[in-house]
Design a protein. Structure first.
Length: 183
């Protein structure tokens, strides 16, 4: 079991209880099983990125709220490591900057393996997403319309519509993804 699973579990439980929700209610809202929520809260389940997005969206919070580790420091340098990675199906997501209540942003470093695609998702109303491609080429499918960006380009869109990314190439694509959350 990785430490991140314990942090995720503690955060899910704290947020769920803070909103006065039962495990049953959160499970129904996030479209996951009651046992999965229970296992996540106990830190014994390694949830997929899709499951975490579903929980975050049902709670109307940024994904990074679930990943937050309470570390009191005057400065924090985040190093991308495998132990912090979340993802599946040829997609790795590395949280870089936890959600900041004042700035309303979070930042991820993502890797998209050749011929891979993320799950279709939609965030809550008003969320903006920015993907800065640092290597390769990435295509966004937004409401069945496609937008392709290459290294050095940024895709910007309102992320409250169903969307997914895919890498049609034979090389790994890398991108920084910034999420902006409205008040």
């Amino acid at each position: 079991m990785r430490d991140i699973n314990v942090s995720i579990g503690n955060n899910v439980k704290k947020l769920r209880k803070g909103r006065g929700l039962t495990i049953d209610e959160l499970a129904a809202n996030a479209k996951v099983s009651k046992s999965m929520i229970s296992e996540i809260e106990r830190g014994i389940r390694n949830p997929s990125i899709t499951t975490l997005w579903n929980i975050a969206n049902s709670l109307k919070i940024p994904l990074n709220y679930l990943l937050y580790e309470d570390k009191m420091q005057s400065a924090y340098i985040y190093k991308i490591t495998e132990e912090n990675a979340i993802g599946d199906n040829g997609f790795n997501c590395y949280p870089l900057l936890n959600f900041d209540e004042d700035k309303r942003i979070e930042i991820y470093f993502n890797e998209y393996m050749p011929k891979s695609k993320t799950e279709k998702a939609a965030h809550y109303n008003g969320v903006e997403e920015y993907a800065l491609i640092t290597a390769g080429m990435l295509t966004l499918n937004l409401n069945e319309e496609q937008f392709t960006a290459s290294e050095g380009e940024v895709i910007r869109f309102l992320a409250d519509k169903p969307h997914f990314y895919f890498n049609e190439t034979d090389t790994i694509t890398k991108a920084f993804v910034l999420m902006f959350y409205p008040k």
